[in-house]
Design a protein around this ligand. Structure first.
Ligand code: PSU
Ligand code: MN
Length: 300
């Protein structure tokens, strides 16, 4: 049912480090042609730090853990590719179509393939305003699928305090990587704390190992601040976010379009600086994921 690229399968069987990557960020999170460049760069970042990258997606109805180069290109360049969360996975499979997997769907597939570490940008969470009912399926998936998810916190377009509460309710441990503060995706500061701090890949690996040994349900979120070189100040990105939210409201943007719409609008409003911050943190998370996956392999 799930196709695993041969080198990924070999690495998993031998207990060597593998890092999963998602395809929604390529298809819907980043503009062309940069998305393909970044998709390749993330795989290189993982390889360059001693792990095997496994980008996840659905290709011609087959869920794939470890897309090949042509398939990554397809995720980046195909028009109108479906954005697929766990609940939608059956649709492209039944219709023999393609689908770009979100954090939730990537976790689900990668975990079933035996992958333990997944690096992304920012997870979905509780959207701002309204009644707080637009909650990403990423939260529920984190609550039930065992995976160490490396991210820069939740996307700043969200209500971060509410997202943090939702993650707590779902039973997700927030580990700060060399920080006591939950990062806010574009920026390093959120004013919110993490549950515990870890200062090295080995410390993270030890927590993950214990989580697995006890067969605790769900994921652990490793929250890595975006690199200083490209990070924005929370205050400067806030105005852009508010303008983007107002536009989404006016244009009646709904459902799964909300996140891609807001990310694009914020990138435009910051003259591309939010995009550079996004790319910088994606690379940094891929690298950190590889280092942590290697530390986990050394333990088991
Ligand atoms: N992180 C990024 N860019 C993205 C996303 C995350 O840097 O495009 C995607 C992820 O795939 C995440 C999804 O799962 O946005 C959340 O969408 P929603 O709020 O509709 O659940
Ligand atoms: Mn949503």
């Amino acid at each position: 049912m799930i196709r695993i690229r041969p080198d990924v399968k070999e690495a998993l069987a031998a207990g060597r480090p593998v890092v999963a990557l998602e395809s929604t960020v390529l298809a819907h999170g980043l503009p062309r042609p940069r998305n393909l460049v970044v998709g390749r760069a993330l795989e290189e970042e993982v390889r360059g730090h001693g792990a095997v990258p496994a980008t996840v997606g659905v290709v011609s109805g087959v869920p794939v853990v470890g897309l090949d180069a042509a398939q990554v290109e397809r995720m980046a360049n195909e028009d109108g590719i479906l954005k697929v969360s766990t609940r939608d996975l059956a649709v492209p499979v039944a219709r023999r179509g393609d689908g770009a997997t979100t954090v939730a769907a990537t976790m689900w597939l990668a975990a079933r393939a035996g992958v333990q570490v997944f690096a992304t940008g920012g997870i979905g969470g509780v959207h701002r305003g309204g009644d707080g009912r637009d909650v990403s399926a990423d939260v529920a998936e984190l609550g039930r699928t065992p995976m160490l998810v490396v991210c820069a916190g939740a996307k700043a377009i969200l209500d971060l305090a509410a997202t943090r509460e939702a993650l707590e309710t779902a039973g997700v441990l927030l580990v700060g990587y060399r920080t006591d503060e939950l990062p806010a995706f574009y920026s390093r500061e959120s004013g919110l704390g993490v549950d515990v701090r870890a200062d090295s890949p080995a410390e993270v690996a030890a927590i993950w190992h214990a989580h697995r040994e006890m067969r605790l349900p769900g994921g652990v979120l490793l929250c890595v601040p975006p690199p200083v070189e490209t990070a924005l100040r929370a205050a400067e990105v806030e105005a852009a976010i508010e303008a983007a939210l107002a536009r989404a409201e006016k244009e009646g943007v709904r459902g799964k379009q909300v996140t891609p719409f807001l990310l694009t609008a914020v990138a435009e409003a910051t003259g591309g600086r939010a995009l550079e911050a996004n790319v910088g943190l994606l690379r940094n998370n891929a690298r950190t994921g590889a280092l942590v996956a290697a530390a986990i392999s050394a333990l088991s």
